[in-house]
Design a binder for this molecule. Structure first.
Ligand SMILES: NC(=O)CC[C@H](N)C(=O)O
Length: 233
């Protein structure tokens, strides 16, 4: 406000209305969205997943507590021992909150033991083994045999262009049955040998992705890149 003063006093002139400041135009480029993806850090190969996610354009953090789970955009369930991870999820009070988030469409990628944890049904589990569920599949635990039957191979993977994906199987499960809403992304080739031939080893259902194998230890980050794309959808 302006004021003019003379011997008769001061007259206050109302301020002239000012023009509203101009808003800057929004940028005409896409601002990159960098999701924060948690890696369940109770057991298993956590560091390898963190590195693969970072190479795939995500921020990655370890998750051990419900508050950490609540703060991430998505989660990776690493390989390890599904029976142990199942028990630890309960001890760390993550089982219920994680199940709830999965039901709401929270993106989760499960590799090997992580795939077992996402499966609605498990064959050859221990008597008291339970899962988080969410993925309408039946997995067979340790389906390819024991530790000595672990192997590496390359597989065609739906949705991943370029050379076949490098896949390391370590006491891995396979999927014996997949429900109608489940997209099969990779199988053991028909000439893959014995009972393993044609078995399903990678699937997607909505925001849930699962592989029987470990891509995080191969240096081929394309499965993690696919998951980051799913998280951004
Ligand atoms: N590499 C793995 O994650 C192995 C999975 C393990 N056989 C299980 O049942 O949980």
């Amino acid at each position: 406000m302006d004021a003019t003063c003379s011997t008769s006093g001061c007259h206050v002139r109302p301020a002239r209305p000012r023009a509203a400041p101009e808003r800057p135009a929004p940028p005409d480029y896409d601002v990159p969205v960098i999701p924060t993806i948690g890696v369940l850090a109770l057991q298993g190969d956590v560091v390898e997943h963190v590195r693969a996610l970072e190479r795939s354009g995500a921020r990655a953090v370890g998750v051990r507590r419900p508050a950490e789970l609540a703060s991430v955009d998505a989660l990776v369930l690493p390989g390890g021992e599904s029976t142990t991870i199942d028990k630890l999820l309960r001890i760390f009070e993550l089982h219920g909150p994680l199940q709830e988030r999965i039901a709401q469409g929270f993106p989760v990628y499960g590799s090997c033991a992580g795939m077992i944890l996402l499966a609605d049904r498990v064959l050859d589990g221990t008597a008291d083994q339970r899962t988080l569920g969410g993925l309408d599949v039946t997995v067979r635990r340790n389906a390819f045999g024991r530790q000595v039957d672990s192997f590496e191979t390359t597989l065609p993977f739906a949705g991943i262009d370029g050379p076949d994906v490098e896949a390391t199987f370590i006491r891995a499960p396979w999927i014996e049955e997949a429900g109608e809403g489940v997209e099969v992304l990779a199988r053991i080739p028909a000439d893959g040998g014995g009972d393993a031939a044609g078995r399903i080893v990678a699937v997607r259902q909505g925001a849930l992705l699962a592989t029987s194998f470990h891509p995080e230890i191969t240096g081929d980050a394309r499965v993690h890149e696919l998951f980051v794309e799913i998280v951004k959808e």
